[in-house]
Design a protein around this ligand. Structure first.
Ligand code: E4P
Length: 213
């Protein structure tokens, strides 16, 4: 399972990239708005740090503008994946950009029906937002299982990128289903990494070692 970092924070990206733990990065306008500096400079910097796929979202909403913006974003690097919204125009842009050999991540997906359409339009990734579904009383993870089954039935190449992840159990459940990728904020990656029993166990080993005469 690929692990993507869902942030535009350069410090976190550098840290986890240096650890070798991340396969890529996903950003969106909200994440970029939380950082200081010009968003385009931030996107360029991210693409210079991380070798894996970096999803950068378009801010235009019409087909022709999204295609134009997608080509511009792709100039930041060969690892740029253009994030288009799950709209009619977004799907058209997905088809055109994919035909132009620019990979697309269809974002803001909330149903298996939307995922099918994204796959049919050649998306490299489809991003179902599970946390936001949980927030309104639905079982977000359920659509991951449904999409997984549908994509397997038809041998679609589109990868399931689980997004809007809120806690480490989401990561475990996504992995059990066999999702291709999960994108998570740095705080969740930190929770995956650390365990109090690991730290306590290490302290004990080191203090016992000092007792040896
Ligand atoms: C990732 O591609 C999404 O933009 C992100 O996971 C959304 O997460 P949120 O629902 O916490 O904003």
């Amino acid at each position: 399972m690929k692990i993507f970092l869902d942030t535009a924070n350069i410090k976190s990206i550098k840290f986890y990239n240096d650890l070798g733990l991340i396969d890529g990065v996903t950003t969106n306008p909200t994440l970029l708005s939380k950082e200081d500096g010009n968003p385009h400079d931030i996107m360029k910097t991210i693409s210079s740090i991380v070798k894996g796929d970096i999803s950068l979202e378009v801010i235009n909403t019409t087909y022709s503008e999204m295609v134009k913006e997608g080509h511009k974003l792709r100039n930041y690097g060969d690892n740029i994946v253009v994030k288009c919204p799950m709209t009619a125009d977004g799907l058209m842009a997905c088809k055109t950009l994919s035909n132009d050999k620019i990979p697309v991540n269809i974002t803001l997906v909330f149903s298996p029906n939307q995922a099918i359409l994204a796959a049919k339009c050649g998306a490299k990734y489809v991003s179902p937002f599970i946390g936001r579904l949980d927030d309104i009383g639905n079982d977000g993870m359920n659509i991951i299982a449904e999409i997984k089954q549908i994509f397997q039935n038809y041998d679609y190449d589109t990868q399931i990128l689980v997004a809007s992840v809120r806690h480490p159990m989401h990561v475990i459940d996504a992995a059990k289903i066999g999702a291709d990728a999960v994108t998570m904020p740095p705080s969740i990656l930190e929770k995956m990494l650390n365990h109090n029993l690991t730290l306590a166990g290490l302290d004990r080993f080191l203090s016992d070692w000092k007792q040896i005469k």
